[in-house]
Design a protein around this ligand. Structure first.
Ligand code: ISL
Ligand code: CA
Length: 541
């Protein structure tokens, strides 16, 4: 890296607006609610807020189905509220980045309404319309949300492509006019003062459905460079969601000489608890193999050390809560939540915190499908029921991997509805809110919140965290993850026990300083560090 970028030093906090803070009692989080909580975020120390979509939307996929890119959804407020948010955030040194959904729109978007009307419509080519027969769709492409990716429309007797729900028709980026309209729209938001974008399923924009190509189409990088050249040129934070990226692909996106994106979200660590094979999906769950996790994390660190830049994340609005997933929600809740934080924030890259992660928020448990709101979980439930799975079996998968786990309302205090709303929350609050909430965390100096706060402040005053090289350190035990960060003459070592066992770790260095730990002290016997359950520490040597 020859030039240092502001987003390399930053920590990003993802807000899922619908579930963050309701300010008017309708049970839905809103922009005013976010403004009311900016001081909390300032206290945490984050630099950037990534807002999941707040555009006008019929909300079949909670805003990832946009019907008007230029308007704020009524449930969230209006443009004045948004402008105030940008200003209020800025006055606290916080930048806003928006979610951009460029691969599809809602079927209620004006372009699609027009496009449907007839084959000669000006907007017809903004989407993918293909011939099929009454019984058979154009080809075998599948939707990520289950079933075929083609929907028959009797109006013109053709099918349209939807890689997500049928309420999310896919945009055809081969159409130059469409691309231009999208760029104009992006410029509109840049003028509003946003500092960047998270690009939803960006790897799908160059799809070629006739050849069964969805991700990584031949023109993908050409389109991204065009985006960069025409709209991103300034010094924005752009992070692409790229579920199938390998480090080789990541370099194409993030090598700064190629002028594409700042960084991407890869999914390699997120798929480690999925069974692989034909017919298997995220719902077919296997135990995490810690060795595999270590290998993946280190691989990305080493591969992008000199070319490109990593994003670092354990959770988002599509993933289960990390403590429930790979940590411990009972005896070692505190230790395991802090351990994951310490690993993530001391690797090289830009860390992302998903709302509530800094409190150690957990998955919720449901016992009936009526408690589910997410379209993906609902689809899989009915799909699997009709193919013979038992109810319990499916609910078990949804409890482990369903997206609503991350979307339950933010837990602010121990009052009714966790202080999220005075009305009825759109999605039930996790019933552990009396134990896990912001108010309680702030009172306890030993809380998970303060570990996050400390990690962020360590990053601010130590360039080694941001720019230091990464080097893997061998450990005797599979469950111990250890690595070194090196900048000039400075060396830091991170050691983490990703298990509930007590383990020992031999070392041959002199500890100069303890940077952070998740226990009160470090236990050393001669040349061995005793690592208690989920213990993690960072030392300068
Ligand atoms: O959630 C997932 C795990 O099953 C993914 O397949 C997810 O659908 C994929 O990562 C794309 O996610 C993004 O685009 C979707 C939207 O539903 C997600 O919330 C968004 O993050 C469609 O816009
Ligand atoms: Ca509201």
């Amino acid at each position: 890296m020859d030039k240092h970028q502001w987003w390399q030093k930053s920590v990003v906090y993802q807000i899922y607006p619908k579930s963050f803070q309701d300010s008017n009692g309708d049970g839905i989080g809103d922009i005013q609610g976010i403004i009311n909580r900016l001081d909390y975020l300032k206290l945490l120390g984050i630099d950037v807020i990534w807002l999941s979509p707040i555009y006008e939307s019929p909300n079949y996929d909670n805003g990832y189905d946009i019907s008007n890119y230029y308007e704020i959804g009524n449930e969230y407020g209006d443009m004045k509220d948004f402008e105030r948010l940008v200003k209020e955030a800025e006055s606290r040194g916080i930048k806003i980045i928006m979610d951009l959904v460029l691969s599809h729109t809602s079927d209620e978007h004006e372009w699609f309404i027009e496009s449907r009307k007839n084959k000669n419509n000006k907007y017809r080519e903004y989407y993918f319309w293909r011939k099929g027969s009454e019984e058979f769709p154009p080809n075998k492409l599948k939707s990520f949300f289950g079933g075929t990716a083609w929907k028959y429309d009797s109006l013109t007797n053709e099918y349209y492509l939807h890689l997500f729900s049928e309420k999310q028709p896919d945009l055809n980026w081969n159409n130059e006019q469409l691309r231009k309209e999208l760029y104009t729209m992006i410029e509109f938001w840049i003028k509003k003062g946003v500092y960047g974008f998270r690009l939803d399923v960006i790897e799908l924009i160059a799809k070629d459905p006739d050849n069964l190509i969805t991700g990584n189409g031949p023109k993908l990088h050409e389109y991204i460079r065009e985006l960069n050249n025409i709209v991103f040129k300034n010094n924005l934070l752009t992070v692409g969601e790229t579920g199938s990226a390998t480090p080789e692909i990541a370099k194409l996106y993030t090598d700064e000489n190629r002028k594409e994106l700042s960084m991407i979200f890869h999914f390699e660590h997120m798929s480690l608890d999925e069974e692989k094979g034909i017919g298997k999906s995220k719902w077919d769950i296997k135990e995490l193999d810690v060795n595999e996790l270590k290998k993946i994390l280190s691989k990305w660190q080493v591969e992008l050390n000199n070319v490109g830049w990593n994003s670092l994340y354990w959770s988002n609005h599509d993933q289960p809560r990390i403590v429930s997933r790979w940590g411990d929600t009972k005896k070692y809740h505190l230790e395991s939540a802090k351990m994951f934080a310490i690993i993530l924030h001391t690797m090289k890259g830009t860390p992302y915190i998903f709302q509530g992660e800094e409190l150690g928020m957990t998955n919720r448990r449901i016992s009936d499908i009526s408690q589910v709101k997410d379209i993906e979980s609902l689809n899989i439930y009915y799909e699997r029921l009709s193919s013979g799975y038992s109810k319990d079996d499916i609910l078990d998968s949804i409890n482990k991997k369903g997206r609503d786990n991350a979307r339950t309302p933010m837990q602010w205090d121990d009052s009714k509805n966790a202080g999220f709303t005075t009305g009825t929350p759109w999605l039930e609050v996790n019933d552990n809110y009396k134990k896990i909430n912001v108010k309680k965390e702030l009172k306890d100096k030993n809380s998970i919140f303060y570990t996050y706060q400390k990690l962020i402040s360590i990053r601010k005053s130590n360039n080694i965290v941001v720019y230091g090289d990464f080097q893997d350190i061998e450990s005797e035990y599979d469950e111990i993850y250890s690595f070194m960060r090196i900048l000039d003459n400075q060396k830091w070592i991170v050691i983490a026990n990703i298990s509930a066992n007590t383990l020992s770790h031999k070392f041959d260095f002199e500890i100069k300083k303890i940077i952070i730990t998740n226990y009160k002290n470090i236990e050393i016997q001669k040349d061995t560090i005793i690592l208690r359950p989920y213990e993690a520490l960072v030392v300068e040597i």
